[in-house]
Design a protein around this ligand. Structure first.
Ligand SMILES: Cc1cc2nc3c(=O)[nH]c(=O)nc-3n(C[C@H](O)[C@H](O)[C@H](O)COP(=O)(O)O)c2cc1C
Length: 197
C-alpha cells in the first residue's frame, strides 16, 4: 500500500512518510523507540515553556492498556485493540499561578506531532484518536484535578488492512486526501488567496 503523501513540492521525507494505520501488525514495539518518542515530545515547544503534556502508556496485555482501551468508542476499539501500545495524552489545564492555560491542547498537539514524526523515523506508525470518553479516562487512570485526558495515541508497525471489518477496510485502503493549498492560505484578509503557489 502506497501511503506516502503525494506532495506538490518536496518536503521532509519523514513528513511524507507519516500516515495513520487502522490495522497494526502483531509485533511488539521496542522500548528504545518508545523512549525516543517521549524524548521527542519532551523537546516540543510550548506556551511559556509550561510543557503541559503528560502521558500514560500501556502495553498490550497489561492493566493500563486495558483501561485506555475501555475508554474508546466502539468504532475505535476495533483497530486500537490491535496496537501493541496505547498512550493517553493528558494535559495540565493551568499555569504555575493556577490560572487557566487556554492553549494547553495546542501544546499537546505539538508534542503529539513530534512523537509521530520520531515514530515514523523509527519505522513505527501511530494513529491518534479523540473518539474516546475523557471522563472515563480521567477516572480509570486516576488523573488529578486540573488535568484532562485529551487524546489517545496507538503505536505499532502497520498491519494488514484485510484483517479489518468492511467499513474500516475501505477507509484503510482509501487514498489519502488533502484540501488544496490555494484554498487554505490567504493574504490581505481571510479568504483572499495568497497566489504564492
Ligand atoms: C486529533 C486527532 C484525532 C483523531 N481521532 C481519530 C479517531 O477518533 N478515530 C480514528 O479512526 N482516527 C482518528 N484520527 C486519525 C485521522 O482520521 C487521520 O489522521 C486523518 O484521516 C488523516 O490521515 P493520515 O494521518 O493518514 O494523514 C485522529 C487524528 C487526530 C490528529
Amino acid at each position: 500500500m502506497d501511503k506516502e503523501a503525494k506532495t506538490n513540492v518536496d518536503i521532509h521525507p519523514i513528513l511524507k512518510q507519516r500516515w495513520s494505520p487502522l490495522a497494526f501488525a502483531d509485533k511488539p514495539v521496542e522500548k528504545e523507540k518508545i523512549q525516543r518518542m517521549f524524548e521527542a515530545a519532551r523537546w516540543a515547544p510550548s506556551n511559556n515553556n509550561l510543557q503541559p503534556w503528560r502521558f500514560v502508556i500501556g502495553f498490550k496485555g497489561d492493566e493500563t492498556y486495558n483501561k485506555i482501551l475501555s475508554t474508546l468508542i466502539d468504532v475505535n476499539v476495533e483497530w486500537a485493540k490491535t496496537a501493541p501500545a496505547l498512550i493517553c495524552i493528558v494535559g495540565k489545564k493551568v499555569n504555575h499561578k493556577g490560572d487557566p492555560n487556554k492553549v494547553y491542547p495546542f501544546d499537546l498537539g505539538h508534542a503529539a506531532a513530534q512523537m509521530a514524526f520520531q515514530a515514523t523515523a523509527d519505522g513505527f506508525n501511530v494513529r491518534q484518536c479523540v473518539g474516546f470518553v475523557p471522563r472515563k479516562a480521567f477516572d480509570a487512570l486516576g488523573l488529578p484535578d486540573l488535568y484532562a485526558a485529551v487524546s489517545i495515541m496507538a503505536i505499532g508497525y502497520p498491519g494488514d488492512p484485510e484483517t479489518l471489518s468492511n467499513p474500516l477496510k475501505k477507509i484503510a485502503k482509501a487514498e489519502r486526501v488533502r484540501n488544496n493549498i490555494e484554498d487554505v492560505v490567504y493574504t490581505g484578509k481571510f479568504g483572499q488567496k495568497a497566489n504564492i503557489f
